[in-house]
Design a protein around this ligand. Structure first.
Ligand code: SAM
Length: 150
């Protein structure tokens, strides 16, 4: 299982996700451009000394070009068609998260094998992207038996 971040804007969110991914041994695809530099001190502060495996891609097109074709791209989106608790993950899925402000453009929606929503109370618009990623990845790891052995 992998995590992919589409053009992230806020270094603290990306830092939190990189630390999270490092803790669970999940590689991260970073789809640029980002709204910050990778040596941003706010990013470093959130990551601490955890080391995640990061693959940088200069664009969405570059990301698509290097993907293994058999694995599914699972887009987490507030407009998802399937609620997270009814979705069945596979061990080689890539969970894709959108930008903090704008989510992802239509072409990215179209490229996803599935579009999954974390259901929220009426009136609640969205979760922080790092929390959405943590919830989705934890559910994926749980379903596929990929949590590290204690
Ligand atoms: C702050 S949200 C972006 C809000 C944006 N207006 C949208 O609807 O996509 C940033 C990212 O977090 C994820 N996210 C936040 N809340 C979510 C939810 N309830 N279900 C699924 N993904 C969510 C999505 O990947 C989203 O692109």
């Amino acid at each position: 299982m992998r995590l992919a971040l589409f053009e992230p804007d806020i270094p603290q969110n990306t830092g939190a996700l990189l630390r999270f991914a490092a803790c669970f041994g999940v590689a991260v695809d970073l789809i640029e451009p980002c709204g910050f530099l990778l040596d941003d001190r706010r990013l470093k502060r959130a990551v601490l000394d955890y080391t995640a495996v990061i693959c940088r891609h200069v664009s969405w097109a570059a990301f698509l070009a290097c993907r293994a074709s058999q694995s599914r791209l699972i887009l987490m989106t507030t407009t998802g068609a399937i609620p997270l608790h009814r979705f069945a993950f596979a061990a080689d899925d890539t969970i894709l998260l959108g930008r903090e402000g704008a989510g992802v453009p239509d072409e990215v929606h179209r490229a996803a094998a599935s579009r999954v929503v974390i259901p929220l109370r009426p009136g609640a618009r969205s979760l922080n992207v790092a929390l959405a990623g943590a919830i989705a990845l934890a559910e994926g790891l749980r379903q596929t038996g990929l949590f590290p052995d204690p």
